[in-house]
Design a protein around this ligand. Sequence first.
Ligand SMILES: CC(C)(COP(=O)(O)OP(=O)(O)OC[C@H]1O[C@@H](n2cnc3c(N)ncnc32)[C@H](O)[C@@H]1OP(=O)(O)O)[C@@H](O)C(=O)NCCC(=O)NCCS
Length: 177
Amino acid sequence: MTEIQTPRLILRRWHEDDLVPMAEINADPEVMRWIGDGSVRDLERTAEDIERWEEEWDEEGFGLFAVELMASGELAGFAGLSVPRFLPEVLPAVEIGWRLGRQYWGQGYASEAAHAALEFAVQDRGLDRVISISAVGNDASENVMRKLGMAPERETTHPAYGHPLRVHSIDLTEFHA
Ligand SMILES: CC(C)(COP(=O)(O)OP(=O)(O)OC[C@H]1O[C@@H](n2cnc3c(N)ncnc32)[C@H](O)[C@@H]1OP(=O)(O)O)[C@@H](O)C(=O)NCCC(=O)NCCS
């Protein structure tokens, strides 16, 4: 089973017990503000999401990790890799992304988890390039990208919702853990 430990976090595949805490994260309008059309997601939709994330792990050999706080065992959210099928113009590509519950923001957890996911992309999966896509205005997410060494590459428009998006990328052939 794929599992990564960082100083404060465990990154792992999804368990049944993750459904309720992930649904609570997805039910927070502040968390969902910059994601998709900005609407919150209920328990049923969260269950579908987790099922899809697990399928991606099985099919691609990478995916979104459940991010657990080592000290307490709480689920803080997710970070990891996915194929950004919602934005065909960037394909083929692998995207790095993250979403944490509000009580876990501002403590460096996203950067810590994302750095480990980038190491996984290079060392385990042998990827040479990863992108990250965010709605223009999502400064918290862009700051995580910048801290990882990602550079802005292009701006485009969300195909389904019409708002501006910014694509960052990183050349992993020059990534040093
Ligand atoms: C984006 C998100 C994962 C960042 O998580 P986090 O754990 O707070 O991020 P970090 O603590 O690692 O912060 C990374 C940098 O961004 C800065 N930052 C954090 N929140 C910020 C905010 N709201 N505005 C501007 N900068 C912010 C931090 O100060 C840090 O920089 P520093 O180390 O120079 O101080 C979190 O805000 C989140 O889950 N947001 C909702 C979901 C979402 O938008 N996901 C991304 C979709 S593209």
